[in-house]
Ligand binder design. Structure first.
Ligand code: SAH
Length: 370
């Protein structure tokens, strides 16, 4: 196989062909093997606490956009956020994601206080996903103990980005990803697969751009049209294309955490589990309190499942076990080189044992390599 000038195992043309579905058996079996080699049969869980659905932005794809007056808005109290994190920790989850719309109501010191409080009460990794915030705030939160930050570019095509996110600052968002890395966060970004106007060429270029960022987390879910947005009439992203994207990203970023998104499950029941056998290694059950979680309506069907968080988690663990996968209770740090190199950071002994075990899991049992 040709090594490209940027030292990648695939050329742009090869990525393009694999995205077209030229060799799915090869792609998916290799992605399964690469995942198994790094993570054994472990799946990392992230309890996501969606603490505010207020948003200042007008993204054309997202149900939280400021102009959506049909949405009941909520903000959780700090007590309620801490309660949700407590439930996650009590359910043996080693990592929590605090996510919201771009909501400046939560001041930097309030978030800083929350981070410190969570760290004092629990041995749990914290990922923030609060959108665009100034560097001093990001620094303050890192200092307070936040471990990771997730900020999806949604696409790296500037024209498409500007069409989908009016008023948003493409360069500023990229800059924030640089700051986060410099501050020692594990950094996550990603794209929405199948945004209106996105082509296979866009996707191939986006995959390369994601690789160039040397990310610790890469989140790519399919687009789902939301009725109260300008993209209401657009068609959904394709589940199989999304699985090709995440499988390619696994091969190109073996140690990165790559979630199987809930959006997959909304479009096709069972697709999330399938993605865990095609290169993904993370699932993100919602721990947002039941009285508000349906209002975190970024796309229809989000948080649509019945039952409380505990019951849903139980069902998820059972579904994973039926696939021969284990819901790990560790922090689930990335195994990327950049992260490993950080001074003073312990490369997580639980993770190491798993990767060194290289257990023959059922992750790759169902697919054949060649
Ligand atoms: N304000 C934060 C969090 C945004 S919501 C931020 O800007 O980072 C989290 C993610 O939901 C977004 O990054 C986007 O990728 C995804 N999302 C929003 N609307 C969507 C839709 N209609 N279909 C699929 N994913 C969507």
């Amino acid at each position: 196989m040709t090594i490209t000038s940027r030292n990648r195992p695939f050329s742009r043309a090869q990525i393009r062909e694999l995205l077209e579905g030229k060799d799915d058996d090869w792609l998916f079996s290799r992605a399964a093997l690469a995942t198994e080699l790094e993570f054994g049969n472990e799946v990392y869980l992230r309890a996501i606490v969606e603490f505010s659905n207020y948003c200042a932005n007008q993204c054309h794809y997202c149900g939280l956009r400021a102009a959506n007056r049909a949405l009941g808005r909520y903000r959780l109290s700090t007590d309620s956020i801490l309660g949700a994190v407590h439930r996650a920790a009590a359910n043996d989850i080693g990592s929590v994601v605090l996510q919201s719309g771009d909501d400046s109501y939560f001041r930097a010191d309030t978030i800083g206080w929350l981070i410190r409080e969570i760290k004092a009460r629990h041995d749990i990794a914290i990922t923030l996903s609060l959108g665009e915030r100034p560097a001093d705030e990001l620094g303050l939160w890192r200092y307070a103990g936040a471990d990771r930050y997730l900020l999806k570019m949604e696409t790296f095509d500037r024209t498409l980005f500007e069409r989908c996110r009016p008023g948003a600052d493409f360069d500023g968002r990229l800059k924030q990803l640089e700051w986060l890395a410099a501050m020692g966060y594990q950094v996550g970004s990603g794209i929405i697969v199948g945004l209106p106007g996105m082509t296979l060429d866009t996707l191939a270029a986006d995959i390369e751009a994601l690789c160039d960022l040397n990310l610790d987390m890469i989140a790519c879910g399919p687009f789902i049209p939301h009725p109260q947005t300008p993209f209401a009439a657009a068609k959904s992203g394709d589940v199989l294309s999304c699985q090709r994207v995440t499988a390619l990203l696994r091969l190109l970023n073996p140690g990165a955490n790559i979630p199987a998104t809930s959006a997959l499950e909304v479009l096709k029941p069972g697709a999330r589990l399938k993605s865990l056998r095609r290169g993904c290694n993370v699932v993100m059950p919602s721990f947002t309190p039941e009285d508000v979680n349906a209002n975190y309506n970024i796309y229809p069907g989000k948080n649509g499942s019945n039952g409380d968080a505990r019951a849903r988690l139980h069902a998820l663990r059972a579904a994973l076990a039926a696939e021969g996968l284990v819901a790990a209770s560790c922090r689930g740090d990335a195994k990327t080189r950049r992260y490993r190199r950080q001074p003073g950071v312990n490369a997580n002994s639980e993770n190491k044992t798993q990767s060194e075990n290289k257990i023959q899991s059922r992750r790759s049992k169902h697919v054949s390599g060649h």
